[in-house]
Design a protein around this ligand. Structure first.
Ligand code: FAD
Length: 509
């Protein structure tokens, strides 16, 4: 594994354009979901999708302030699937998107879904991500900065500062999303790739930079939102420790604890991205340690989540092991499930042989966790106390796969109809991507009857990445590369945008 890769976020599975070594310090944030335990409270605490007109009113109506400690996760009260009033019938799932967003998406998706047009764009983005001359440096060329900022940056990024980011959060929530996952795109450049992991001064500087970014994320988060702790973003020494499955240094441990305390004080939640296998087992060791610290302080709810990659054959066993650990220590496990972004650089033998097997793993784990019943895919760990029921768990289904989302939603509808208990659940997609899926979810999918959509309202989150235009260039470059592998899905999104445009032009209902 190259060092560059080890240091990068999930979104950096494809090597970045620059030969420089980067540490990507992503911070995510998302708001959370429903739980049946507090369904009644939620019904009282929150109405249907808020449609406030100001930042303050949206933030307040969505997240009632709570200063008690440990605070009840606001998602549990604020985002319950039980809502007191049904949504007005929506003509089209994308109807809520502003026209400017539809046009921008349609144009960008048209380019992304055309291999011919995408190639020069990738080349240009690569040049902008590692500028060699002032003309291609978005920090030094104001015209270029404006051009990028009003087009692709606006499509995929949330803003450069707190005001802009909070405006994006408001816009996202106004669409009906429960909240956002906020990712900080800043990349800490390590001048010398041969930097020693034993250089304590540098190690502390890197941890300080990581903590500053993380706390900025917490500051922008509202109660119930997620702020990611990107552990490799802590620098060269952290990567060294993670690779060798060693515990964090005392200095790093103190920084992580500070981030945990800040999130707990604000009722925000912490989300740790999954990375490649060279560091992932180490990441899981650290996450389990700090999940115990955080989640024990929020009984019944997960304050910290670990990310699991369904393309790994080992993932069901890893989740089962972590469930048993959480059960033994008496806290709720937080599970964010993705398919996995590092296929190109992982050993092929640790990944399911086919996409269909990855899909089966994803959907099987989702089913087991949502129903809290072990199944063919998720079996209890040998040390698990309960052999039948899955211990307490909260979940984020992070995917752009419509089938997986629909399957999960159908389980929830069944549960709602039968009045079965439902675990805390969120769905998450990236800003500017799979909007039609997010919007379909928000509108409850056409499969829902009026009754079920009334009682099971999916909690949808968008992952917003923020940072200056230059800081986000690497992220944008990687999004473009990702699109080369998902042309079919991009075409689906493009068709949905064109259909919506046509619906508006022809004034169909
Ligand atoms: C909100 C959000 C957060 C994310 N966070 C992370 C994270 O922390 N870590 C991370 O690694 N990724 C993360 N991802 C990316 C994710 O792992 C996927 O790469 C991406 O979402 C595409 O998968 P999909 O489920 O959306 O869609 P799909 O298009 O249905 O699935 C594509 C995925 O299937 C798998 N796959 C494709 N071909 C094969 C094959 N032949 N054999 C086996 N498997 C195959 C790969 O994982 C591929 O990425 C995140 C995605 C989202 C939306």
């Amino acid at each position: 594994m190259s060092r560059t890769r080890a240091l990068c976020a999930f979104s950096t599975a494809i090597p970045p354009p620059s030969p420089r070594v980067v540490i990507s310090s992503l911070v995510h944030h998302s708001r959370h979901v429903s739980t049946t335990q507090n369904a009644k409270a939620s019904a009282i605490g929150l109405g249907s999708t808020p449609e406030p007109t100001t930042t303050a009113s949206i933030l307040q109506s969505t997240f009632p302030s709570s200063t008690t400690h440990p605070p009840p996760p606001p998602s549990s009260t604020a985002t319950s699937t039980i809502v007191p009033t049904p949504r007005p019938p929506t003509k089209s799932p994308l109807a809520k998107l502003p026209l400017s967003a539809i046009i921008r998406s349609a144009l960008i998706l048209s380019i992304s879904s055309s291999p011919l047009l995408l190639k020069p764009c990738i080349w240009a983005l690569s040049a902008l991500a590692s500028p060699k001359i002032a003309l291609t440096d978005v920090d030094r060329n104001p015209i270029l900065n404006w051009l990028v900022k009003t087009t692709i940056y606006k499509q995929f990024n949330a803003g450069e500062n707190k005001d802009e980011v909070q405006r994006s959060i408001v816009e996202t929530k106004a669409l009906g999303c429960r909240g956002v996952l906020l990712g900080y795109a800043r990349e800490v450049l390590v001048a010398d790739s041969e930097t020693s992991p034993h250089d304590e001064t540098l190690a502390r500087q890197e941890v300080d930079a990581w903590l500053k970014g993380t706390l900025q994320g917490v500051d922008m988060a509202t109660a119930g939102d997620f702020v990611a702790l990107k552990l490799t973003g802590m620098g060269t020494q952290a990567v060294h420790l993670l690779k060798n499955r060693l515990p964090p240094s005392e200095y790093m441990g103190a920084a992580i604890t500070k981030a945990c305390d800040a999130a707990l004080a604000k009722s925000a939640r912490l989300l740790v991205d999954a990375e490649e296998q060279a560091v992932q087992p180490g990441i899981e060791d650290w996450v389990m340690k700090y999940q115990k610290y955080c989640n024990s302080q929020s009984p019944g709810y997960a304050t910290m989540y670990c990310t699991y990659q369904a393309y790994l054959k080992s993932t069901p066993a890893t989740i089962a092991k972590h469930l048993a650990m959480a059960e033994k220590d008496g806290y709720t496990l937080g599970v964010k499930l993705v398919r996995g972004a590092y296929m190109k650089i992982e050993s092929r033998n640790i990944i399911w042989d086919t996409k269909e097997e990855t899909d089966a793993c994803y959907d099987g784990v989702v089913e087991a966790l949502l129903t809290r019943r072990y199944n063919f895919m998720l079996r209890p760990a040998p040390e698990s106390q309960s052999r039948d029921q899955v211990p307490s768990v909260n979940m984020i289904i992070a995917t752009h796969n419509r089938d997986s989302v629909l399957k999960a939603h159908q389980i929830r509808l069944r549960q709602a109809e039968n009045n079965d208990p439902r675990v805390e659940l969120a769905y998450a997609q990236l800003q500017g991507m799979a909007d039609e899926i997010s919007c379909e979810l928000i509108s409850g999918f056409s499969t829902s009857t009026e009754k079920t959509s009334f009682i099971e309202q999916p909690n949808v989150y968008k992952l917003l990445t923020w940072g200056s235009v230059q800081e986000c260039m690497g992220f944008l470059y990687r999004r473009a590369l990702e699109n080369t592998e998902a042309v079919t899905r991009t075409k689906d999104s493009r068709s949905a945008m064109y259909a919506e445009l046509w619906r508006r032009i022809t004034r169909q209902a």
